[in-house]
Ligand binder design. Structure first.
Ligand code: DGJ
Length: 739
């Protein structure tokens, strides 16, 4: 680990365990990017900084400054002074001017990692983390820009953020402020992004990088189902195991923009930050704006190493819940079991049966409050509906606790229904533009959380409910996106701050909730997985992955999610069949194996499912307990992708000490008259010998697949033979143990 500065050569070097990142200060005091890649022996690589591609250097030939600005690998490019590629920061002065030029002023190297105020971010202590702050300044505007870079002793990642301070006399408007930028030569790059929709979140897409702009973004007020705040550049043909991969992931839950710009000299600029659309932040004298963090990784060993770097970083330096390392309770959620049609009696009946089967927590989903008999009303009225919850919440929770189960509850704190007591009392609390009728979505509006009194109201109501009974888990949902942006709270010249202020308020609310209830297990959710992002992960160690609980659709969703998120964070449940979203019928056993790659729980009416399935639940529960430590803390390797091959999916989790591993194999489609599959395993110790077992869900035992133990080397190079199961949607768990 470490950050070095070569005083004479003016070169910064940032090291992670296996990578190095270099920047240099040009003679004209521009901060330039030099290198990011495999760790180097050499520190002085200033010769690579493209500043002497004369005659353009401004101090040598002022005549051609613009040509220089347009090709120098600027670490944090500014708008309006000749770098005509996409810029990272833009301003508008009181006089309407937009030019901004940043020069190096100074820097600081500090132990540990200061946390950006009010924002989620990776954290680290003085002994496992170091931070570089580079101070840049526009002399004309007296605008200071501070670039922060943190490296960790135990993770191959760099965390970056940006702070802008107005030291000038006059107000200034920040119209764009990305959190990270990196210039590189093109290596025939391909761009990998994650896309989808409701019930189809985070499907992987790969395209060659063409000239000009390409990327992903959201203006929905949240990270979204449709696009994900993540971009990766892959050297052409990179696979899971080889090739170079550069990634940027935004620790943020609102509008974002992640883009790649390929320019005239075949160089590539990669950037990530708040989406400038609808964004405009006013900075009065000495006011500062803190941009959220971006996590960057480099892998010289393909996508798999990138994945594991993200998993390690998030497990060690982002998730901070007390549940981070301890086993999460197996929950049963009543959403798909009952939708809005439930009452105390029904819930207790589900809990009784569930506890008998070994399930550890009952979660009461949407519909327990106000007049909420369907999704047309009552959001905001966070008072228990005692017509449904007869005897009150405390009675219900006590009864559930008596069964030895924990109790959890659903909220959608950010919303307000037009048909609610709250809206009747405060119609101005919804985000809307005066004189324009705001559009509905799922028959609801979004609360204007930029107003403190509204945040306080929501917080107080949530606390009142949570304090009225022994509630140990909250599912925090958000079922619509932001439109008709208008707040009674903000003057015209600050209206462009609404979307970001909204996200800050959500963070503030979640932070306050966790401070008040430090042992609360929080699960974020947004109409399925629309707010599965690193920002939310800072507050909740698990996030609902998708409303699509079909085991086969989940293979694609979980593959895309696990590309960057640890399995321990993916909300995954076994649900009933035919599946409510796609109508598919899959074996109960397969549904269990697929949910095992996540937090594991149930989403069904356990009193109504077929007896055969019900009888399998205790066996699945035992399976979860058996494999939880491995799934939670192990290294993840992808062996086969159903999204790519249309036939089968396979992945492994290998313990850090490589003594044990678990392989999940799903045969999606049976192909008649085919050879068995020979699967080359990954992540094992080539020198260790392993016994291979097939897990038998009926007996709960691991049964020998072959009598002999095999070297990891053999299993990884020659492979393991897997007989084709009979039928579609069949799955198996294969366990490997060192002998
Ligand atoms: C969307 C969530 O993803 C579901 O799990 C469920 O909680 C519904 N909202 C309730 O309205």
């Amino acid at each position: 680990m470490g950050i070095t500065f070569l005083e004479k050569e003016k070169v910064f070097r940032l090291d992670t365990p296996n990578t190095s990142y270099y920047m240099g200060i040009s003679d004209d005091k521009y901060l330039g990017h030099i290198y990011y890649g495999k760790k180097l022996k050499e520190t002085n690589i200033r010769y690579l900084l493209r500043e002497q591609e004369a005659p353009f250097v401004p101090s040598v030939n002022g005549r051609d400054k613009l040509s220089y600005m347009d090709c120098f690998p600027m670490e944090y490019p500014t708008h309006g002074v000749g770098d005509f590629r996409e810029d990272a920061i833009a301003v508008r002065t009181k006089g309407g001017h937009t030019a901004l030029e940043l020069h190096y002023k100074g820097h600081e190297i500090i132990k540990g990692k200061p946390m950006p105020e009010g924002l989620p971010a990776t954290f680290g202590g003085e002994d496992d983390c170091e931070t570089l702050k580079v101070y840049l300044q526009d002399e004309v505007l007296s605008l200071e820009v501070v670039l922060s870079y943190s490296v960790f002793k135990d993770a191959d990642a760099i965390a970056r953020d940006v702070k802008v301070i107005n030291h000038g006399e006059e107000e200034i408007f920040l119209t764009k402020v990305y959190s990270a930028c990196m210039d590189m030569d093109n290596k025939d790059f391909e761009l990998l992004t994650l896309h989808g929709s409701w019930a189809r979140e985070r499907h992987i897409q790969r395209n060659p990088v063409g000239c000009g702009f390409q990327g992903v973004s959201s203006v929905r007020g949240e990270s979204s189902h449709q696009h994900h705040p993540f971009v990766a550049l892959l050297s052409k043909g990179a696979t899971d195991d080889c090739g170079e991969v550069y990634s940027m992931h935004f620790v943020y839950s609102g509008n974002f923009s992640g883009l790649v710009y390929r320019g005239q000299f075949d160089n590539v600029r990669m950037m990530m930050g708040i989406n400038p659309e609808d964004f405009c932040w006013k900075l009065e004298k000495e006011e500062a704006f803190q941009a959220p963090e971006v996590v960057m990784t480099y892998s010289g060993e393909g996508l798999g190493a990138m994945t594991r770097a993200h998993h390690d970083l998030y497990r060690k330096h982002l998730i901070r819940s007390p549940y981070k390392d301890c086993k999460r309770p197996i929950l049963i959620n009543n959403w798909e079991a009952t939708y809005f049609d439930f009452n105390t009696e029904k819930l207790i009946a589900i809990a009784k049966e569930a506890s008998r089967l070994g399930i550890e927590m009952l979660v009461m989903d949407d519909g327990w409050f106000g007049n909420r008999f369907d999704d047309n009303r009552a959001l905001g009225d966070w008072f228990v509906n005692e017509e449904k919850i007869k005897g009150g919440l405390k009675y219900l929770v006590d009864e559930v606790n008596k069964l030895g189960m924990k109790f959890g509850i659903w909220f959608e704190p950010e919303m307000i229904s037009p048909d609610s007591d709250l809206y009747r009392a405060h119609p101005d609390w919804a985000i809307a533009v005066p004189g324009r009728e705001a559009g509905l979505c799922r028959c609801q509006y979004v609360l204007d959380l930029t107003r403190k009194e509204i945040v306080d109201y929501v917080f107080d109501r949530m606390c009142a409910v949570l304090e009225s009974a022994n509630v140990e888990y909250v599912k925090w949902d958000m079922n619509r996106q932001l439109a008709d942006l208008g707040s009674m709270n903000l003057p015209a010249d600050r209206m462009g701050e609404l979307s970001h202020r909204y996200v800050l308020a959500v963070y503030d609310l979640q932070e306050r909730l966790l401070q008040r209830f430090p042992n609360l297990l929080l699960e974020n959710c947004s109409g399925g997985g629309a707010r599965f992002d690193p920002g939310m992960l800072y507050y909740s160690p698990q996030i609902w992955c998708s409303d699509d609980t079909d085991a086969i659709e989940r293979l694609k969703i979980q593959e895309g999610t696990a590309l960057i998120y640890p399995l321990s964070s993916m909300g995954a449940h076994v649900s009933d069949c035919p599946n409510h979203t796609v109508g598919r019928v899959t074996p109960f056993e397969t549904r269990g194996y697929v949910a095992l790659a996540g937090t594991f729980g149930y989403e069904l009416d356990v009193t109504k499912i077929p007896e055969k399935d019900r009888n399998m639940i205790p066996k699945q529960v035992a399976m979860y307990h058996k494999y939880y430590p491995l799934v939670n803390a192990g290294d993840y390797y992808r062996l086969a992708s159903y999204q790519e091959n249309g036939l089968r999916d396979a992945y492994m989790v290998v313990s850090k000490d490589k003594k044990e591993a678990l392989l999940t194999y799903v045969q999606v489609m049976m192909r008649p008259n085919c050879h068995s599959v020979i699967m080359r395993l990954k992540g094992l110790d080539a020198e260790k010998k392993y016994k291979v077992y097939r897990f038998n869900i009926e007996s709960g035992e691991e049964e020998e697949m072959m009598p002999e133990a095999l070297y990891g080397d053999t299993l990884m190079q020659a492979g393991l033979r897997i007989e084709n199961p009979w039928g579609d949607f069949r799955a198996m768990l294969i366990s490997l143990r060192e002998v």
